[in-house]
Design a protein around this ligand. Structure first.
Ligand code: HEM
Length: 210
């Protein structure tokens, strides 16, 4: 048991396998839903979407509530390269791919429910326009999350690459350019923390209020 628990790969893959079996048992077995039916995919996509969202927003909150406020409390001589060279690049890997996978499954989820374009246009193409409040509501949530995804991939990640010289992409960057990049990444990470709160109102409320 201890050997199993000390291997992250075993634990993650087994968790995924048990999740799939649990899902198949309940949908196909208990509920008698046909494989490939609309609700089968809808439930599966919701699971993968929220799983990815936890990976993304979990790390966003880790950066904002734990790492950023506490790293400066570690005396310079003890901080060494641990955070900048090891922890942050690893966290940024799961962070940005978590964001990508959340977006991917989120868009598929909307498509699966036949309202992808209606939601992305905030209900403007409904007939009559804006007649379906759910499309406006989830559409606002989707756009907030898409802006957050954009910030991750096009502002936070490239600026962290500069600030920390990740993969040795910027070996000769001047110290003040690094500081500027770190500041920009930090500010947009804060913007995302802020946006995540209203975004989740729409995500979690769409089924109940929509
Ligand atoms: C990146 C762009 C995103 C898109 C396009 C998107 C899209 C969607 C869609 C279409 C739904 C289904 C709403 C419904 O009809 O009930 C949904 C639900 C949800 N989303 Fe997102 N989403 C995104 C980001 C996020 C993020 C970052 C999180 C954070 C964890 C998140 C968490 C959720 C949750 C918890 C639900 C509710 C699941 C349920 O009630 O069954 N989404 N999302």
């Amino acid at each position: 048991m201890s050997a199993f628990l000390s291997n992250l790969r075993y634990v993650a893959w087994t968790g995924l396998a048990v999740g799939v079996l649990f899902f198949l048992w309940y949908t196909l077995g208990v509920r008698g839903i046909a494989f490939g039916e609309g609700v089968f995919w809808e439930a599966g996509l919701r699971w993968l979407h929220v799983l990815s969202g936890i990976m993304w927003i979990g790390l966003l909150y880790y950066f904002n509530f734990v790492q950023t406020p506490n790293a400066p409390k570690i005396p310079e001589e003890h901080r060494g390269p641990a955070i900048g060279k090891v922890i942050t690049p690893a966290a940024l890997f799961w962070f940005r791919w978590g964001a990508m996978s959340t977006l991917f499954f989120g868009l598929l989820l909307a498509w699966n429910q036949n309202y992808l374009v209606q939601a992305l246009t905030l209900g403007a193409i409904d007939d009559p326009p804006f007649a379906a409040p759910k499309h406006i509501f989830i559409g606002i949530g989707m756009w907030l999350a898409i802006v957050m995804w954009f910030n991750v991939w096009f502002i936070i990640w490239p600026n962290q690459q500069k600030a920390l010289n990740i993969d040795n992409k910027y070996p000769d960057l001047a110290a003040d350019a690094k500081t500027k990049a770190a500041k920009l990444a930090g500010q947009f990470s804060r913007v995302n923390t802020f946006l995540s709160v209203p975004m989740l109102v729409a995500m979690t409320g769409a089924q109940t209020l929509g």
